[in-house]
Every structure is written in structure tokens, then in C-alpha cells.
Design a protein around this ligand. Structure first.
Ligand code: SF4
Length: 166
């Protein structure tokens, strides 16, 4: 997997202070996409073992306490990203169990493939759906257009849609 940007301290993408990774690779090609340079899975930099270790180290850092990890892009659930993302989210939940994982994807939760579902098992909050320019609304919280849905997956027996716009 390649990544586009890594922010070890981020207060924009999700609640609280977070670690945020924007991965490369997206096949949704939404009109009006804010991040077209991430579409090519070969763009950006290789997400290697050293980077994975860095994410874990930043989440464990007690000097700046992070609430969790945000995964965006690009699309973390792009088929070419799934192995690396699964490895990462498993490691986060094993080594940093008090941290939450937020993930933004253009795929719809109900249509995820089995390998995508395997990643979702480790995700606490999933924001799904393509960006629809005609439904774009800058006042929305954590999403760009009103068709996108914020789902709380933290209890897999009781998945909830969150209404969190102010
Ligand atoms: S899913 Fe996100 S990154 Fe992919 S094209 Fe749509 S807005 Fe851009």
C-alpha cells in the first residue's frame, strides 16, 4: 500500500487529537473530489514496516495523548490497500486497545466484500458513501455530502447511524 500523507497529530479528521493516515488508491472518481492526487494507488509513498511502527508509536506516545487513528484517502478499503490496512487495524486494536479507529470510504457498508468486512470488524466509526457534489454541505460534521452516513460499528450487534451534525 502507498500513502499520500501522514499526520502524527491531527485535530481535524475525527474527534479529539488523532493520528491520521491518508492512503493512496481510490476507484470511485467522485466529481468534485477534494483529493484527486490520491486516486492512483501507486501515488505517494510506500507504507512500509517502519511507517506502521511509527503509527503505533505515535498512538502510544504519552506526551501527546491521541484518542485514536483516522484512516482516509483515497480509500482505505480499495482492494489494493486491504492487506496493509487489515494488518494495521489489527495491530492498533491489539497494542493500543484504548484507541478508536475511524475510517472513511466511498464503498457502502452494506455492499462491502468479505475482505473489506474483515477490516470493518476492527473499525469503531465508519463514514461511508461517495462524495456527491450536488449534496455537498460544508456545515456537515465529519462528512462532505449529506448522502454519506456515519455509522457506529463499535458494538457489532447493534450498529447505529450517528446524527452528529451541529
Ligand atoms: S471516495 Fe473520496 S477520495 Fe475517492 S473519489 Fe470520492 S471523494 Fe475522492
Amino acid at each position: 500500500m502507498n500513502y499520500h500523507k501522514y499526520y502524527p497529530t491531527d485535530v481535524i479528521n475525527g474527534p479529539g487529537t488523532r493520528v491520521t493516515l491518508f492512503v493512496s488508491g481510490c476507484e470511485h472518481l467522485c466529481k468534485g473530489c477534494y483529493n484527486q492526487t490520491t486516486w492512483d494507488p501507486r501515488a505517494g509513498h510506500l507504507f512500509d514496516q517502519q511507517m506502521q511502527d511509527q503509527v503505533i508509536a505515535d498512538l502510544k506516545d504519552t506526551r501527546i495523548k491521541r484518542r485514536g487513528l483516522s484512516l482516509s484517502g483515497g480509500d482505505p478499503l480499495h482492494p489494493q490497500n486491504l492487506n496493509s490496512i487489515l494488518e494495521l487495524v489489527k495491530r492498533v486494536k491489539n497494542e493500543c486497545p484504548d484507541k478508536d479507529i475511524w475510517l472513511w470510504t466511498g464503498y457502502m457498508y452494506g455492499e462491502l466484500s468479505a475482505p473489506q468486512q474483515a477490516v470493518a470488524e476492527y473499525v469503531d466509526i465508519l463514514i461511508d458513501g461517495k462524495f456527491e457534489q450536488s449534496l455537498a454541505d460544508p456545515s456537515l460534521r465529519w462528512r462532505g455530502s449529506s448522502n454519506q452516513i456515519v455509522r457506529d460499528l463499535s458494538d457489532k450487534n447493534q450498529i447505529q447511524i450517528l446524527e452528529i451534525d451541529e
